[in-house]
Design a binder for this molecule. Structure first.
Ligand SMILES: Nc1ncnc2c1ncn2[C@@H]1O[C@H](COP(=O)(O)OP(=O)(O)OP(=O)(O)O)[C@@H](O)[C@H]1O
Ligand SMILES: [Mg+2]
Length: 299
């Protein structure tokens, strides 16, 4: 079994493959990234539920135009962080900025600049794909005369044009997730946030969703923040990852740099095992329940 990392281990740095850690003083890691280039920034972000500290003084920096993976065991605080970033939950302490806007003081403006795909399913199974997209286009305030073109574009990008007029309850899991990404990107958001976008999908559907995320980034210079328990996915898709345990950032950097800290043949699974907290018991009933429901409905 691999020895656990000491805080000093976390401060390894190379010029090409950065690895930084929560133990670094505010500014040491962040100052390497010019302020204009940061799409998501949290400083001392904390969220409590009663006595439970779900997010604990989290300092995150996500580069504009990158794909960032938030990793961590069940109950680590990933979804709670995301809910703060999308303005659904206020922080208890600390600050968060998305696209340069404060999530508390400028919450309305933040909502215009983000797209969000929930950990739970959000597409309406009783409506067609087209109708779901129309709903999103209206909610995001896309002018009436532009809606049709935007919907057609979103359907084509997500390879759903042929299924546009079928009710979503007849879609496969991969099609539902692609539709939800289409809904979340129809207004061309600066930042796209996805909570476990490929959970329960078969390998082919999962790769199709990866490709759509890469396309969303290429097409609109969108910054993408996603959570996943799939280390292969994080490795294949993410420019940088942050590993959260007990609401704190245990390590972050490029997948390559994180793997290098362990050994030449290390996988991201090994990184997860090393930096994850052995006291974790796999999350509470509440944590597992939502994840399992989504997986069952998509699978
Ligand atoms: N509304 C809430 N009320 C009370 N506790 C909550 C609430 N939401 C989350 N929690 C708790 O906060 C902690 C962090 O939960 P969160 O959902 O952010 O974890 P997660 O990293 O997304 O886990 P998973 O990988 O299982 O999705 C957990 O202990 C969870 O039970
Ligand atoms: Mg979660």
């Amino acid at each position: 079994m691999t020895a656990r990392a000491s805080p000093a281990d976390h401060q390894l740095a190379t010029s090409d493959n950065r690895i930084e850690a929560s133990s670094a003083a505010p500014g040491t890691g962040a100052s390497a990234v010019p302020p204009m280039e940061v799409a998501i920034r949290t400083s001392g972000l904390t969220r409590r539920f009663g006595d439970l500290v779900a997010v604990d003084r989290l300092d995150l920096r996500v580069r504009a135009g990158s794909i960032y993976g938030l990793l961590g065991p069940n109950g680590a605080g990933k979804s709670t962080t995301i809910k703060i970033l999308i303005t659904l939950l206020p922080p208890s302490e600390g600050t968060a900025e998305v696209a340069g806007l404060d999530v508390v003081r400028e919450a309305r403006a933040v909502r215009h600049h983000i797209g969000y795909v929930s950990q739970l399913l959000s597409a309406d199974g009783g409506l067609t794909g087209y109708e779901n997209l129309m709903l999103s286009a209206c909610l995001y305030g896309i002018p009436r005369r532009e809606r049709r073109a935007r919907i057609d574009e979103a359907l084509a990008t997500m390879e759903l044009s042929d299924a546009a007029h079928r009710v979503v309850s007849t879609y496969s899991g991969g099609m539902v997730r692609r539709l939800e990404i289409a809904q979340a990107t129809i207004h061309h958001p600066a930042v796209l946030i996805l909570d476990e976008p490929t959970i329960g999908l078969d390998p082919i559907a999962r790769r199709a969703v990866w490709e759509q995320m890469r396309q969303a980034r290429r097409a609109g210079k969108t910054t993408i923040l996603l959570t996943t328990h799939d280390m292969e996915e994080a490795d294949a898709l993410c420019d940088e990852v942050g590993l959260i345990t007990h609401g704190r950032l245990a390590a972050h950097g490029t997948p390559a740099a994180l793997k290098q800290t362990i050994g030449p043949t290390a996988s991201l699974d090994d990184v997860f095992t090393r930096y994850g907290d052995p006291r974790d018991e796999g999350g509470s009933y509440r944590d597992i329940r939502g994840t399992r429901r989504t997986a069952e409905r998509l699978g």
